[in-house]
Design a binder for this molecule. Structure first.
Ligand code: FAD
Length: 465
């Protein structure tokens, strides 16, 4: 059964980090002008998050235990958006679940960093001892966003309405031109099995495999990386505030501080699908740790025989003990691909986050780009509401695309280039390969020792804040 059950000003499809940020960014403005926003997601919010404002605070009182293996590195620019009066989410993330990192060291095959960045390279920041960014557990950020939205859903007539259901179809109302979402609701209530929601503007925040993008006939360029990202939480011997990254021939391996003071670390290891499968599905915890340490200290023991076996440099984090997170699994793997939509809007439908662009996780930029999309779109929708303009109008969406598409494309191309640069290898173990490797390392070292270039890298990586 299909009927129009509600008409809203903005329907956001997808309650991931980006869709939730758009909802939070619009909630107060919608209430102020009497506009309605619907947030549609296939999954219901966990019942434990039933709205006690202090629920997030309670966790802060407990000893730190990681909640999940998925984290995001949040840039200062994204933090500023999450901390803005409109979004008001950052202060709700417990301090031990957002861990600052002040140094970033990038290694190739050799034992000296080819690139090293410091928080103090953010010379434009007025913070004392500025971090380069924060490692935040995704579940904690989502929880903070839910808590924020629960404070803005008490008025049924305005603000954010939550709909649990899956968008299955999209068409356009002939008289208004508005998109009509066909949403499959909870199958246990047959009368409401399919609901049709009309919206002036549909925001597609439904991830890299976006159904809304496909249904709106927006094209998508994609390329598989033939790599999977393995994620895990480990203990390190010492607490630390450094983001380490080592580029191996199979892909980058990052060790990122967690737990507020860096007493744990998040591993993000991009590697071949076969190795990822073995590391996650087959390796014992001891074997997994052994592989992490081996990969950190020597990519290829035989090849590095001249320099190794060397005691682990004090520079390197030593993965010594796997933490058993509260929610299994302790390790997971995700296939990686690149994706970009050449156009971000069509007929009152606009793309944000991974629905618009998917990047390699090597520099932790995916959510940050999505939050920058959210900031740009919320700013324009709020301004349109205040001036009485239609939020679905072409000029607004074109201005959003003009701002965001070139910046996303630049980051996408840069990350693709960095990945290819490090993956590039001449024939194994020839003098020419070794010479090329040395030249490449020296080139990168020289580049990042040159202060203006180093600051330019930092400016890009931190969102310019
Ligand atoms: C291993 C790994 C590490 C990463 N690390 C970082 C990092 O450190 N920093 C960073 O910035 N980025 C990182 N990223 C990228 C980041 O995770 C993504 O960019 C981000 O999660 C995208 O958020 P999103 O809200 O756009 O999409 P998603 O998180 O994919 O959310 C989409 C939502 O839409 C819902 N949905 C889907 N289809 C429908 C439908 N038909 N109807 C209703 N709802 C639907 C889903 O239920 C989901 O809730 C990493 C990615 C990977 C794989």
């Amino acid at each position: 059964m299909s009927r129009i059950t509600r008409a809203v000003d903005v329907a956001i499809v997808g309650g991931g980090l980006v869709g939730m940020a758009v909802a939070a960014g619009l909630a107060d403005a919608a209430r102020a002008v009497g506009a309605t926003v619907a947030l549609v997601d296939a999954s219901a919010w966990p019942p434990a998050e039933g709205g006690r404002r202090e629920s997030v605070r309670d966790q802060a009182e407990e000893a730190y235990r990681p909640e999940s293996v998925r984290t995001s590195s949040i840039t200062p620019a994204a933090r500023d958006f999450l901390n803005s009066d409109a979004v008001d989410v950052w202060r709700r993330v417990p301090i031990e679940r957002r861990t600052p990192f002040r140094t970033m060291k990038v290694y190739g095959r050799r034992r000296h960093p080819v690139m090293r960045f410091e928080g103090r390279d953010r010379v434009w920041s007025d913070e004392d001892d500025p971090p380069l960014g924060w490692i935040v557990e995704n579940t904690s950020l989502l929880q903070a966003m839910r808590e924020r939205l629960l404070t803005s859903t008490d008025d049924e007539r305005a603000g954010v309405q939550r709909l649990v259901g899956q968008v299955q179809q999209l068409d356009w109302d002939a008289s208004t031109g508005w998109p009509l979402l066909h949403i499959a609701r909870d199958a246990s209530t047959p009368a409401a099995r399919v609901e049709r929601v009309a919206a002036r503007l549909v925001v597609a925040a439904d991830g890299g495999r976006s159904s809304v993008r496909r249904l709106a006939d927006l094209s998508w360029y994609t390329q598989p990386y033939h790599q999977e990202a393995v994620v895990a939480v480990v203990h390190t011997r010492q607490p630390h505030d450094t983001a380490w990254q080592r580029f191996l021939s199979t892909g980058p391996l990052a060790v990122l501080p967690m737990g507020g003071r860096g007493q744990c670390s998040n591993i993000v290891w991009s590697t071949t699908p076969d190795e990822a499968h073995w590391l996650v599905q087959e390796a014992s915890e001891a074997a997994f740790l052994h592989e992490v340490n081996r990969a950190l200290h020597a990519e290829d023991a035989e090849r590095l025989q001249v320099e190794a076996p060397a005691p682990p440099s004090s520079d390197w984090p030593e993965a010594t003990e796997l933490v058993a997170p509260r929610t299994p699994p302790t390790r997971a793997h995700f296939p990686l691909h690149l994706g970009h939509a050449p156009r971000y809007y069509r007929n009152h439908v606009v793309l944000v986050g991974d629905a618009a662009h998917v990047v390699h996780p090597l520099a932790g930029q995916g959510v940050n780009l999505g939050l920058a999309d959210a900031e740009s779109l919320c700013r324009r929708v709020t301004a349109a509401w205040h001036s009485g303009r239609d939020v679905g109008e072409e000029a607004l969406l074109a201005a959003y695309q003009t701002e965001r598409l070139p910046q996303n494309a630049l980051m996408l191309a840069s990350l693709h280039g960095i990945r290819s640069w490090f993956a590039w290898r001449l024939a194994e173990d020839t003098p020419l390969a070794q010479a090329a490797d040395a030249v490449r390392s020296l080139g990168m070292q020289a580049a990042t020792h040159w202060t203006p270039l180093r600051r330019l890298f930092v400016q890009m990586a931190t969102g310019g804040k």
